[in-house]
Design a protein around this ligand. Structure first.
Ligand code: GSH
Length: 207
């Protein structure tokens, strides 16, 4: 059975859990806080959650885990059959992750841990986010899903990347990151009702 390590509060832990549920795979959640200690670095070399364990082998990075799950359990498919369409989905995932979520994450110390972020960083984050949002907008199909008419990995990344990013933007700039992005808002609404995501979010609040 697959073991999933991390904490339910984490967006990438939640995303990975949703994928395991989506693929109807047996898994066990192991509550473990991320750290730079050797026992956690063995699971995840940057000390970040989530990580999974399969037959004594550890695997970190949600994209790597998603790729593994897709091959392990091809149905329901979360990537299009066509190689180029599948690559376009991954391209969108990369921009969601690297140019939106990872950028907004720089605000996290102030929002979650009351460690002030400098005005310089706030200005840089704002400028970088504007670029990231334009990149995502160019690739986002939203008809009705992120990459078109098929539910894909990009929908899960949209839900879990914007959950964190919108919260950071609201808290720091008092702005709505998704204002003017109705297609993204629609995917967020769709995914909030999607059974695997709904289960993850319900269990998160149950602790
Ligand atoms: N690129 C990683 C990012 C994982 C990540 O950022 N995890 C955060 C929680 S959502 C974490 O473990 N943070 C703790 C830390 O950085 O010390 C992935 O996609 O899995």
């Amino acid at each position: 059975m697959i073991k999933l390590y991390g904490l339910r509060m984490s967006n990438y832990y939640s995303l990975t859990k949703a994928l395991l549920i989506e693929k109807a795979l047996d898994f066990e959640e192991v509550k473990k806080a991320p750290s730079q200690k050797e026992d956690f670095l063995m699971l995840s070399p940057m000390g970040k959650m989530p990580a999974i364990e399969v037959d004594g082998v550890y695997l970190s990075e949600s994209i790597a885990i998603a790729g593994y799950l897709e091959r392990l359990q091809p149905q329901p498919a979360l990537l299009p059959n066509d190689a180029l369409h599948a690559a376009k989905v991954m391209e969108l995932v990369c921009h969601l992750k690297l140019d939106v979520e990872l950028v907004a994450r720089r605000l996290l110390p102030e929002v979650l841990f009351k460690q002030p972020v400098s005005e310089e960083t706030k200005a840089a984050v704002k400028a970088d986010l504007a670029k990231g949002m334009k990149a995502v907008e160019r690739l986002f199909v939203g008809a009705p899903y992120a990459a078109g008419d098929q539910l894909t990995l990009a929908d899960f990344y949209t839900f879990y990347c914007f959950g964190l990013s919108s919260g950071m933007v609201k808290a720091i700039y008092d702005e709505d990151l998704l204002d003017g992005y109705p297609a993204i808002q629609n995917v967020l609404a769709l995914m909030a009702e999607h059974p695997s995501v709904k289960r993850v979010e319900t269990e998160k609040s149950a602790k």
